[in-house]
Design a protein around this ligand. Structure first.
Ligand code: SF4
Ligand code: SF4
Length: 111
């Protein structure tokens, strides 16, 4: 899909709506690629993208302005929940979670 046709590049709402938790094994200090500095440790085995549990969530890796222009600053190295549930990606675009995230930011659901 061309960037101009991709609604995610004008959105980013799902990266400023949900907690993003994953295994510490995905950290670059372990066997993964997610930059440690953008995460907070929860337990010995799990961590979270920094900022995603704030009262007004916003992932520390999100670049830009939600609803205007936004992208993941670590797209190639983003953790598994973002890959599996399609945060900022075609997989989840237009689904119920996408619509909820957009509503949190005053954006209408996608067609
Ligand atoms: S998946 Fe939905 S909420 Fe997430 S960036 Fe794309 S359009 Fe926005
Ligand atoms: S896709 Fe990137 S910016 Fe969005 S929640 Fe995941 S790591 Fe954060």
């Amino acid at each position: 899909m061309a960037e101009a046709d991709n609604p995610c590049v004008r959105c980013g709402a799902c990266c400023a709506a949900f907690r993003v938790d994953f295994s510490v094994e995905e950290l670059d200090s372990r066997f993964g690629r997610v930059p440690d500095g953008l995460t907070v440790e929860l337990t010995d085995s799990t961590c979270r993208m920094r900022g995603t549990d704030h009262a007004q969530p916003r992932c520390a890796a999100l670049v830009g302005t939600v609803g205007v222009k936004a992208h993941c600053g670590i797209y190639e190295w983003r953790p598994s929940p973002c890959r599996e549930f399609g945060l900022l990606a075609p997989l989840g675009r237009g689904d119920e979670a996408c619509s909820r995230a957009r509503a949190r930011h005053g954006l209408p659901p996608l067609d």
